[in-house]
Design a protein around this ligand. Structure first.
Ligand code: ACM
Length: 767
């Protein structure tokens, strides 16, 4: 087992090494000083705290309850033992951080001190993680020694805001799941659950003054049973939806508060509001013909900026603030196209009256007016980074999602910021290129990438850094129809983000985190969490060996988890060969590799290899691919390995934005060719379109090329990898050029209409 040397940056400047398996705490505490011996919990263990302080007892309740239920140990009875051991809990105002704690464990005594009950709660969570995993089992467990190693832990979070956002608007999530999520976030010392309560596809907050919001806005006609963005395709137009009553939400707030979690409610405005506008159409902008926009197709339609809208939103927000005590009320502000404002006579009138030059300034007016109301009730607003457009409202906190720039701009203006850039924090992105992944949103966000995130942008000056309150992982649920899917997308990425939000950068190290996470997964098992197992993922890289043969190298998580593989497309079993060295691909093959444990597939990978005439030949691209989509290198189109059937964001697909594919192969000597096979990715919702036309040219000198074949590609009827092939009379030449022309402009009526499309190209199989 490896040892990891950790620098201590908390209070002491010393360094200590410890085995991460012996202290499998997540998030990693900021200072661990190991001692010898163990403390054993028994029925002789006495709990000491200031008896009048019920809040302190409540903060250690998870420990008391789990010990009682699972270990059969009743901590707070006075034991009749001669030499009782003791757990002492004390408030200590000398501890600086509001959420910090000091935990000192010796063989006879545990002392847990914190400035506030939040710190006590977090110290108790650390104690629970030091106990055997079985403590999370939820029922009595026999024959376990309930002991923990002696240690002094001095700990405090790096950031005060450590959150997860769940979109309950696109898909309604049951209340029991929200409570389960709270349990799990609390185990990781996260302290915010941001609920995206309204969007065009559903209004989930009961509003007493406006009952139609839930009578009409909480239900839509049809939604697919499984995945997809198309909300209209459920058979028979079955109504889909649901909402939370205020009583249910108040109960949820109480439950969260007992776990030291604040629920941050979000009410979308001015866009993403079709569910409200379907309920109260008088608040909508009218289209250029004076008609309302249909529901729910126009997913980003805005409220009209007339006074009635502000009265409505003030009333809605009043009820929201009555239910949710959170200091922060999220008022969104994202992705308003504002197109309707440019046509609607009420909005034009508003701009004239207020002297606003453009629709960005109208949006800023909107947000500032709402902020003023929220501030008048003693609360503060959070908005997505678009609220910077047209000028930031005076006291607003910015949630930076489109990148880190919004967060930087806001911090430079001395506004608080929560960093949640999609690239690191969007849990609706794929987490793996494994076969059978549930359909997800556009891009790839792996566990190590989440872990690598540092919420403080380098460019911020020291005095600006304090405006970064923390970070949050966001799960949008367009493609997440059930809570089981939600768990799959959130875990374990949320566990990695918990460490990002808590542990100082100098101590973070992915290998150590992974060691602790593998143990932590047992606890998630005991909570019946449907987490994804990509942690055990296999990475395949292809290369050419000295003989120019295609070679596949596999890397896994650890030697303990052997990789087995086949080359015939069948799933590996316990009898398949164990991967030991790079595999030479001698003919067309489908490699399937897996990590198996007790017959369960922990990870699986499937790759198709096609050996053809261009593999390993010198190849150049006239225009390099976009740097986000060239992870397999610029030769990925002639490396013999095909891309993922379902996702374009793996190492084998190359992507260009608004540009053509133009690649030239030098076969080295005159070579006969007669066909080309390839695939384009097609996913109009993500602005990705298959090529329009493919041309193959050959040349003898690499200068003068002649066209040998040209073929139009019909617009595909389905999303995904679109096969393409063409052939020609055999021709002999040394060079070949392949040009795949993009769809120049995304056609009207599609997302991103008028913009250049993305073009994604797979292997160019030349024979
Ligand atoms: C967002 O993803 N529209 C905040």
């Amino acid at each position: 087992m490896k040892k990891y040397l950790l620098a201590l940056v908390f209070l002491t400047a010393s360094a200590v090494g410890f085995e991460q398996e012996a202290f499998p705490v997540i998030p990693l505490p900021n200072s661990i000083e190991t001692k010898t011996g163990r403390f054993v919990f028994t029925n002789c263990t006495q709990l000491h705290y200031n008896i009048t302080d019920t809040d302190v007892r409540n903060a250690v309740m998870p420990l008391i309850e789990k010990l009682r239920l699972v270990a059969g140990i009743t901590l707070y009875q006075k034991p009749k033992c001669k030499t009782p051991s003791m757990v002492e809990i004390a408030i200590d105002k000398s501890i600086v951080n509001d959420e910090g704690y000091v935990l000192s464990v010796s063989p006879q005594k545990i002392l847990l001190k914190a400035k506030t009950t939040a710190g006590i709660f977090y110290g108790a969570q650390t104690l629970l993680q030091l106990l055997p995993d079985a403590i999370e089992k939820g029922s009595f467990q026999k024959n376990i020694s309930w002991s923990i190693p002696c240690v002094v832990i001095k700990d405090e979070p790096r950031f005060s805001y450590r959150g997860i956002m769940l979109d309950v608007a696109r898909h309604y999530m049951p209340m029991a799941f929200l409570k389960k999520l709270i349990d799990l976030l609390a185990m990781q010392k996260m302290n915010r659950l941001h609920l995206h309560l309204t969007d065009s596809q559903g209004w989930r907050f009961e509003c007493k003054k406006y009952p139609k919001l839930t009578e009409i806005g909480a239900y839509r006609k049809g939604t697919p049973l499984n995945t997809t963005y198309d909300y209209n395709s459920r058979p028979n137009d079955t109504l889909y939806g649901g909402y939370y009553t205020q009583e249910q939400l108040k109960e949820l707030v109480r439950y969260a508060s007992a776990h030291f979690i604040t629920i941050v409610p979000e009410i979308e405005m001015p866009a993403h509001s079709m569910s409200a506008l379907a309920s109260y159409p008088e608040l909508a902008c009218l289209d250029s013909n004076g008609n309302a926009f249909p529901y729910p197709q126009q997913i980003q339609n805005e409220y009209c900026t007339k006074d009635e809208t502000f009265t409505f939103l003030d009333n809605v927000l009043s009820e929201v603030m009555d239910v949710f005590p959170s200091k922060y009320i999220h008022i969104a502000g994202d992705e308003a196209s504002k197109e309707n404002w440019a046509h609607c006579r009420f909005d034009q009138q508003r701009m004239k009256e207020e002297g606003l030059k453009n629709v960005d300034e109208l949006q800023s007016y909107f947000i500032k007016r709402i902020e003023k109301f929220v501030n008048s009730r003693g609360r503060s607003v959070i908005g997505w980074d678009e609220i910077l457009q047209g000028g930031l409202a005076p006291n607003a906190t910015v949630m930076s999602w489109t990148g880190i720039e919004g967060g930087i701009t806001a911090a430079e203006q001395h506004h608080n910021v929560i960093m949640t850039p999609a690239e690191y924090c969007y849990f609706n992105f794929y987490q793996s290129g494994s076969p059978g992944e549930p359909v997800a949103f556009c891009c790839m966000l792996t566990l190590p990438k989440v872990y690598s995130y540092d919420p403080i942008p380098d460019v911020l000056k020291p005095d600006e850094r304090r405006y970064v309150l923390g970070t949050q992982g966001n799960l949008w649920t367009e493609y997440v129809p059930t809570y089981q899917n939600a768990e799959y997308m959130i875990f374990p990425r949320a566990v990695a983000l918990a460490e990002v939000g808590w542990t100082n950068t100098a101590l973070k190290q992915y290998e150590g985190f992974r060691t602790r996470l593998i143990k932590y997964l047992k606890r998630l098992d005991d909570h019946h969490v449907n987490y994804s197992r990509h942690l055990f993922e296999i990475k395949l890289t292809t290369s050419l060996n000295e003989e120019k043969q295609v070679t596949a190298s596999l890397a896994g998580v650890d030697k303990e988890y052997a990789i087995r593989y086949t080359l015939d497309g069948t799933g590996p079993t316990d009898r398949s060969p164990v991967y030991a060295q790079p595999v030479i691909i001698e003919k067309n093959a489908t490699m399937t590799a897996a990590v198996l444990q007790d017959g369960i597939v922990l990870a699986q990978l499937k790759k198709d290899f096609r050996l053809h005439k261009a593999v390993g030949k010198a190849a150049v691209l006239a225009t390099p691919p976009d740097e986000k989509y060239n992870t397999g290198g610029n030769n990925a189109w002639v490396n013999g390995c095909l891309g993922n059937d379902e996702q374009f964001s793996d190492d084998e697909w190359l992507g260009w934005n608004g540009k053509e594919f133009n690649g030239t192969i030098d076969f080295g000597n005159a070579t006969v060719t007669s066909s080309l096979q390839t695939r384009f990715f097609h996913k109009p919702n993500s602005w990705i379109w298959a090529a329009k036309k493919v041309t193959a040219q050959v040349s003898d000198d690499g200068k003068i090329f002649r066209t040998v074949a040209e073929k139009e590609v019909p617009v595909p009827s389905n999303d995904g990898a679109v096969p393409f092939s063409m052939s020609w009379q055999p021709v002999t030449a040394r060079y070949m050029r392949i040009i795949a022309g993009p769809v120049e402009k995304i056609p009207a009526g599609n997302p991103g209409a008028g913009n250049g499309a993305w073009l994604f190209v797979d292997e160019m199989v030349v024979n």
